[in-house]
Design a protein around this ligand. Sequence first.
Ligand SMILES: Nc1ncnc2c1ncn2[C@@H]1O[C@H](COP(=O)(O)OP(=O)(O)OP(=O)(O)O)[C@@H](O)[C@H]1O
Ligand SMILES: [Mg+2]
Length: 259
Amino acid sequence: MGSLVDISDAKRAARLARAQDEAVARTGRLVTLGEMASTLAHELNQPLAAIASYAAGTRNLLERGEGTEAALTPVVEKLSLQAGRASQIIRRIQDLARKREPKFTRLALDEVIQGTAGFLAADAREHRVRIELALAAAPEVEADRILIEQVLVNLIRNGMEAMAGTRSGDALTLRLTDREGAAVIEIEDRGQGVEADMAAWLYDPFASSKAQGMGMGLNICRSIIELHRGQLTHRPAPGGGTVFEVVLPAAGDDRMAAE
Ligand SMILES: Nc1ncnc2c1ncn2[C@@H]1O[C@H](COP(=O)(O)OP(=O)(O)OP(=O)(O)O)[C@@H](O)[C@H]1O
Ligand SMILES: [Mg+2]
């Protein structure tokens, strides 16, 4: 026991770096910039479509002579919120283009989850989905914040898309727990569940059941999580819908979670 606890920080960091190198070697590569950029471009379409529709709404109000300050102020506020989202996405593309290497830092996942939920609040309203957070104490992880956010955005968006045809106002739950010392994030939706003929292909590139889907979301998510020595899986949710589960080893844990 003593010798386990006694590993110095430097030794532990060296081991972690080695484990990360091995993970990259095993998965072959990190998500390519092209894949990442096309996902982000895909995300960019949403705020841009919203901006176009708020602009059209503003023009309609003005044409009808109803362009009062009271009528226009909330629309203009929404417009600038969406413009802010769009520039945030572009900044993320620039960040990714600048640094090809993932940057691993110690992260508290509750903060990352809260931030991502905030970032997707407008999206959730559009989908008439309530995002519920159930965040328990969990160990910190050694991870690249942007990549983990990318995973959460993809999984949450999939969940919201799966809930499109269901009762409005249903909740999508983001849960954080500690499972035997590992951090576990669950994204639980109330959608129709995974289609039977998709089940075997979900994580393959270009596997999509959606008219507008590129089918890259889950493939990118899985390579990012494997790069972090974690696991991404899914199962049917007890109340209907699907639970996607991300398991990440605690910072400083040298065991390979993927094995
Ligand atoms: N939460 C979910 N509930 C039900 N089915 C899902 C869910 N998440 C993913 N799927 C299924 O897995 C497929 C692949 O998902 P993935 O995110 O990889 O691609 P996509 O959402 O179709 O397109 P995109 O590249 O835009 O993300 C989806 O088309 C859908 O059929
Ligand atoms: Mg998707």
